[in-house]
Design a protein around this ligand. Structure first.
Ligand SMILES: [Mn+2]
Length: 567
């Protein structure tokens, strides 16, 4: 796929030079900092050494006071508390976090994850009935609930109170809960509104602990759940999320909970985990439970406190994940065939596909995969309970939630974020929806958004990359959205003569600058085998890449991860 190379605007030269001098680092590195909004020694210090002391006061969040008071009252009056969460990674980690902590303070507590198939997304009437039958009088809802006004009304009639911890966008009216914690509320002054759902759960526990004078270090093990949710829910890793993920990674690498440890051992993962390991190894396995079976299985794994139960849970989750993978491959194949056989679909600015027998649990993943082939806003739907229901994914810079909202008259239900949303509609509205969504997107999307972009942080020469440079660069981690691993561009380079194709279509090379032949770096270029011939014939080219660490046979070396090649 053709990609746009966009070089980030160079930062102010005086600021860069000043910062480079103060920190004793290369100008290029100082520029990367300034581009990330860091321009003083102090700011650089808190970037390179994130501190838990810089987490925001949880009581700045609207309704936090009411939430903590209600939990305290429930504990004092020996009420039964139900922790209720969505079935995805964010929801289940949030439930595991709040449940495992409050369990230290009461025996009268349990958790509930709705069934994706019979109950659907978010708070369900069935879940509230379950709470009533089992005499729960307080429900703490995590990663869902912000638009569940009718369900909360129903709970109120039954005498069940709700505390909502959500990070999805609120509708025009808030549900009538005891407390609605959601930094995306317009009347919420909390300084950071990009927390994950699990992150909101953490703030609730942080506030509860502060009120009860529980020392903060007792909360640190919970950061493992928060970092997994940050990685899986694709929230930006800056601001408070950067602190939470930095310490979450330390926790998971130093002292993983039995469930996570079991998953790692089962999959023979021995290296130090990064955010992308959480995205590609841990996340899908936790998610598989909610997609194929029930999210309760994921919570069981996350809260298991002994090796035996952790091993049983992790094995069953691994099997479910294998099943998820084959469904995912099969449905992606079928979806691609649908597009390739239809010229109208090929020319469209959106992908909207429906097939009644597709597995509901993987339509979101399939939408993401389709974007890798057809780069445009994408919705994949299946049939569930007599309606069409599915997931939307977007391309950089385009707000798919807004586009869906513009079609609200044709929808039964929708919710989500800028880049990912869910929706449900009547089967008879499918055609009309497909047309309207296409029209809305076509009239609002910028042509350039339909070509994937590679954002280049800086132009450098190979002679600038040395061990010290790399040592500082590594401290820019954890990387993820909002703080991507820096991408560099170098012009006029060649392969030393060792180029070969590995796997299906990847290139392994040794790249060098013909002007300075002493400096060369091993490089891997995923999916770029199409460039094999000209490179073999020693045609010079430009390359953009991230610099990574590669471990091979126990030796660690620098490696260029090539994003794109241009002659
Ligand atoms: Mn979420």
């Amino acid at each position: 796929m053709e990609k746009r190379w966009v070089i980030k605007e160079a930062a102010d030269a005086t600021t860069v030079a000043q910062l480079a001098l103060e920190l004793g680092i290369d100008n290029v590195l100082a520029q990367l900092l300034v581009q990330r909004g860091i321009s003083s020694f102090e700011e650089a210090k808190s970037f390179f050494r994130p501190s838990l002391d810089n987490l925001h006061d949880p009581f700045l969040m609207k309704d936090m006071d009411a939430a903590v008071s209600r939990i305290k009252k429930a504990l004092e009056k020996k009420e039964k508390i139900l922790i209720y969460g969505d079935y995805d990674v964010d929801g289940t980690t949030a439930v595991a976090l709040v449940f495992s902590f409050l369990k230290l303070h009461t025996e009268l507590i349990d958790y509930y994850i709705p069934d994706r198939y019979t109950e659907g997304y978010g708070i369900s009437f069935a879940g509230i009935d379950y709470a009533k039958q089992h005499h729960f009088s307080l429900i703490i809802a995590l990663d869902c609930g912000i638009k569940s006004n009718d369900k909360i009304d129903y709970a109120n009639e039954l005498g069940i109170d709700f505390i909502i911890c959500d990070h999805h966008r609120p509708g025009s009216e808030l549900p009538k809960a005891i407390a609605v914690l959601d930094p995306k509320r317009e009347d919420c002054q909390y300084p950071f509104d990009e927390l994950s759902g699990c992150g909101i759960g953490f703030k609730l526990i942080q506030a509860f602990a502060a009120r009860k004078k529980i020392p903060f270090n007792q909360l640190e093990p919970l950061l493992e759940f928060v970092v997994i949710s940050i990685a899986a829910d694709i929230v930006p890793i800056h601001g408070e999320n950067r602190i939470l993920s930095y310490y979450g990674l330390l926790q998971i690498n130093k002292l993983p909970s039995p469930g996570i440890k079991a998953i790692l051992e089962l999959n023979k993962v021995k290296r130090e985990l990064t955010i992308s390991d959480l995205v590609f190894i841990i996340g899908p396995r936790i998610n598989a439970a909610g997609r194929i079976e029930n999210g309760k299985k994921a919570v069981e794994l996350l809260v298991s406190d002994n090796v035996t139960s952790a091993n049983i849970s992790s094995r069953s989750i691994n099997i479910t994940n294998t099943e998820r993978k084959s469904l995912d491959t099969l449905i992606t194949q079928q979806a691609l065939t649908l597009i390739n056989e239809n010229t109208e679909l090929q020319k469209a600015k959106t992908t909207v596909l429906f097939q009644s027998d597709w597995h509901k649990g993987v339509v979101g993943i399939v939408a993401s995969r389709l974007i890798e082939k057809f780069y445009r806003p994408t919705i994949v739907l299946t049939e569930s309970n007599g309606k069409a229901t599915g997931s939307a994914r977007s391309v950089k810079g385009f707000d798919v939630y807004n586009a869906i909202e513009a079609c609200a008259d044709l929808l039964e239900q929708f919710g989500g974020h800028m880049y990912a949303a869910g929706l449900t509609l009547k089967l008879e509205n499918l055609d009309a929806f497909r047309k309207k969504f296409e029209a809305v997107v076509a009239s609002t999307i910028h042509e350039s958004m339909l070509v994937p972009e590679i954002e280049i942080d800086a132009l450098i020469g190979f002679n600038q990359i040395n061990p010290k440079f790399f040592r500082v660069l590594k401290q820019f981690a954890p990387f993820g959205p909002g703080n991507h691993a820096p991408v560099f561009m170098t012009k006029n380079i060649m392969d030393k003569g060792s180029i070969r194709i590995v796997g299906i279509n990847h290139l392994k090379m040794d790249l060098q600058d013909p002007q300075n032949e002493r400096v060369s770096f091993p490089a891997i270029a995923f999916g770029l085998a199409e460039h094999f011939d000209p490179i073999l014939n020693r045609k010079p080219f430009s390359v953009c890449y991230a610099i990574e660490e590669n471990e091979y046979n126990g030796t660690v070396s620098m490696q260029l991860n090539v994003k794109d090649i241009r002659f």
